[in-house]
Design a protein around this ligand. Sequence first.
Ligand code: GSH
Length: 203
Amino acid sequence: MLKIYHSKQSRSTRVVWLCEEIGVPYTLETLSMFTPEMKTPDYLAIHPLGKVPAIDDGGFVLWETGAIFSYLVARYTDGALIPPHDTHTGARAAQWIGYGENPLTIIMGEVAAHGGPIPDDMKIPALVDRGRAIAPALVGVVERALGDQPFILGDAFSAADIMLVFGLNIARHLRFVNDATPRVQDYCDRLMARPAYQRAAAV
Ligand SMILES: N[C@@H](CCC(=O)N[C@@H](CS)C(=O)NCC(=O)O)C(=O)O
């Protein structure tokens, strides 16, 4: 069975959410964030930087969320959650899947972690200042792109929504999603109400 290396409330929640959406059974190997547990030789043999997510699918190990998404959708579904890359919709999906990680989650994650739970000796205050300066523009891009459509690609839910909503939810906790970004607020509410998200957020 597919194994997901996971930490609660971390990027690996996106992989759990995707598996819940597509109905792929999985087991979790849960690691504690910012502890030596993630940097043991055994885990560094799975993920060379000792990060999550990573997956082990019958001995095939893969890391980086975007790559994991491409693999799981291609291998276990009809592909609809990531349309073919040679179509405009598929190319747009790749754009938003990329944007959902870098810059969105990278910058929001830095502000959240370096302004909060990271151990003091690892904190870089300049990352918080830089992130706070960029954050409104990063959320604004999604606010404008959503327009009146329910999902980032239009009428259909996709893997790009999962990638975006994770970073946007961090932005919401940091109050960069607010009354000035009503579409993103509503988008987060609707997507996070999905039963698959609720199940992923609970583990
Ligand atoms: N671009 C990578 C980022 C992975 C990443 O930074 N994961 C964080 C969790 S949110 C982590 O494991 N941090 C622990 C650490 O860096 O020691 C991906 O999306 O898979």
